[in-house]
Design a protein around this ligand. Structure first.
Ligand SMILES: [Ca+2]
Ligand SMILES: [Ca+2]
Length: 99
């Protein structure tokens, strides 16, 4: 007559919930630890350099720097050894220089 089986949450939902909670906890822990290391997301010369270095050869060509007008217009000035590319040290000097 009456159905004995009550509706239970299908395992998929439980798994999904557990996953969400797990991810939330993981990202929370990550945020907490990275916040301890450095407040907010701070852009360092190195992180910008790595992002700008499209072909990952450790140097920024003029074409790669073209996406960053601030550095593009200072390119020749920053390229202190005049080899036509910026290495991290050269980029860092420009990055940290007062505007
Ligand atoms: Ca490059
Ligand atoms: Ca150079």
């Amino acid at each position: 007559m009456t159905r004995r089986k009550r509706q239970e949450a299908p395992p998929s939902i439980r798994d999904a919930a557990r996953q969400v909670i797990g991810v939330t906890l993981a990202s929370f822990a990550m945020a907490a630890s990275s916040q301890a290391a450095q407040p907010r997301e701070r852009l360092t010369a190195e992180s910008v350099f790595t992002r700008a270095d499209a072909n990952h050869d450790g140097r920024l060509s003029k074409a790669e720097v073209a996406r960053f007008p601030v550095f593009a217009e200072k390119f020749d000035q920053l390229d202190t050894d005049h080899d036509g590319a910026l290495d991290l040290a050269e980029f860092e000097a420009g990055f940290n220089a007062p505007q």
